[in-house]
Design a protein around this ligand. Structure first.
Ligand SMILES: Cc1cc2nc3c(=O)[nH]c(=O)nc-3n(C[C@H](O)[C@H](O)[C@H](O)COP(=O)(O)OP(=O)(O)OC[C@H]3O[C@@H](n4cnc5c(N)ncnc54)[C@H](O)[C@@H]3O)c2cc1C
Length: 440
């Protein structure tokens, strides 16, 4: 009876504690910046010849947030700088990928120009303390990362591994392309194939599969759409109310749902998808929306014992890797194991901020003291159920809230994400790319 009010009180308390912690850190860092500017105006500053690197591997929501937070508070005279290594030329906004694989004309909106989320003037090209390398880290050692291709080594004093999940995955969960132009083309191909298909089979009843199947059926009601999910219920990782709402939305649209079975092969000549049970479903386009895997191989090579059974990087509450011999390596976002029930962008951002605060303390010779505690409120999810409907859901293992929403914007929250990441929707002049490097 009291579960819901208690949940609300708990949620409000958590929200307040997050805001207070941010304020506390912001005040403390701003005070340091002020004291620094006063003292440095009376002293001549000496910049060391070789800056000490804080290397951030991966600049999706976790790595980009860590880079932004460190850049925001690194003292101007600090011997440290941030070095971001990221192979993509744009930030990939995952939330809209299933939608933009179906709805045409929005695909460019999933690629948000980098740069605007960093504090103004913080790129090295602008005289600041962030070096941005377009590249991929092939391996890491205890004191350097090695870039793929060039083999260039970048030494580090602090390292943030934010390589996420799904690097090897394909649309609609991830865009398997480093270039925006190629990514846009891949999405258009997917739209065309969906448009031309008569019998669509969607594999995986998690968020990506449910959103893609419902969007496709909602846009093309004449098509036969079948959703196959290996578990007993779609959205099985979430609470029963969201599972039921998702199933209702799917059925209302007339999608066939097969649960407790899995697609084992596709016979393209016969035009069927073959299920484990032996059943065959007519299929002229099969879309795989099954789960993503954490991309933890960099740490797996260096510290195999720091990898969980699920392939995530085991972390301490401070988000240092769970290996006492690697105190300067942090992991955050989808790649890390933090006991977060539904890892998502919110939990990734909170973790990134904790990593950033701890590294900033480290640059002053202090021990890390900020910790990350998972909270159910991070797990809030908005699930689209066709082009004009969505349900939002949040809760813990005991109770959950669910809200149905009538959607008006086919591009969903793309414009909001551009704003949040400091970019004007949907202007992209490529100026950031002209400032970054292929090597240090
Ligand atoms: C279809 C879909 C919809 C989603 N919707 C929502 C939503 O509505 N709300 C929400 O909160 N969350 C949502 N999520 C989850 C959210 O996208 C992830 O939680 C979030 O992207 C995790 O961010 P991350 O930075 O940890 O990793 P990722 O986003 O996985 O990014 C990892 C980054 O690391 C880079 N990288 C990888 N390997 C290397 C390397 N060796 N060297 C250099 N760089 C490397 C990659 O290029 C990439 O930029 C959704 C996810 C999907 C797939």
């Amino acid at each position: 009876m009291f579960e819901k009010p208690l949940l609300v009180i708990n949620g409000v308390g958590f929200g307040l504690s997050v805001v207070l912690s941010m304020l506390r850190h912001s005040l403390s860092f701003r005070l340091k910046l002020l004291l620094h500017s006063i003292s440095s105006s009376s002293q001549s500053s000496s910049t060391p010849e070789k800056p000490r690197n804080i290397v951030i591997v991966g600049a999706s929501i976790a790595g980009y947030t860590a880079a932004r937070t460190i850049a925001q508070y690194l003292l101007p005279g600090s011997p440290y700088r941030v070095v971001v290594v990221e192979p993509r030329d744009h930030f990939h906004f995952t939330w809209v990928l299933p939608r933009f694989c179906v709805a045409e004309g929005h695909e460019h909106k999933a690629f948000i120009p980098y740069g605007g989320y960093l504090p103004a003037g913080s790129l090295e090209a602008d005289g600041g303390k962030v070096a941005w390398v377009r590249g991929r880290v092939a391996r890491i050692s205890r004191d350097a990362v090695t870039l793929e291709g060039s083999g260039e080594q970048i030494p580090y004093e602090f390292l943030v591994v934010a390589t996420g999940s799904g690097a090897a995955d394909s649309l609609p969960s991830r865009v398997p392309a480093g270039d925006k132009a190629e990514g846009v083309e891949l999405m258009r191909q997917m739209q065309r194939r969906i448009k031309e298909a008569k019998d669509l089979v969607v594999v995986g009843g998690g968020a990506a599969g449910v959103e893609l199947a419902t969007d496709a059926k909602s846009k093309y009601p004449e098509k036969k759409v079948t959703l196959v999910h290996s578990r007993a219920a779609v959205m099985h990782r979430f609470g029963p109310r969201l599972q039921a709402a998702a199933l209702d939305g799917i059925k209302e649209l007339g999608i066939d749902v097969i649960t407790g079975d899995r697609v084992v092969s596709e016979d393209k000549e016969k035009g069927v998808a073959v299920l484990k049970s032996g059943k065959e479903i007519v299929c002229d386009f099969l879309i795989n929306c099954t789960g993503q895997r954490p991309d933890s191989k960099l740490i797996a090579q260096l510290s195999p014992s720091s990898i969980s059974e699920s392939g995530h990087i085991l972390t301490k509450p401070t988000l240092q890797v769970q290996d006492d011999s690697l105190p300067n390596i942090y992991a955050c976002g989808d790649v890390s194991e933090t006991n977060t029930t539904h890892p998502n962008s919110r939990s990734a951002m909170r973790q990134a901020v904790v990593c950033a605060y701890n590294i900033l303390s480290g640059t002053e010779g202090k021990k890390p003291k900020d910790t990350y505690e998972p909270h159910w409120l991070d797990g809030v999810i908005k699930l689209t159920l066709g082009l004009d409907k969505s349900v939002s859901n949040v809760g813990n293992e005991k109770t959950e809230f669910i809200f149905s929403i009538k959607e008006k914007d086919e591009a969903l929250m793309a414009a909001g994400a551009w704003h949040k990441l400091g970019a004007k929707p949907f202007e992209d002049d490529g100026s950031f790319l002209s400032k970054i490097k292929a090597k240090i």
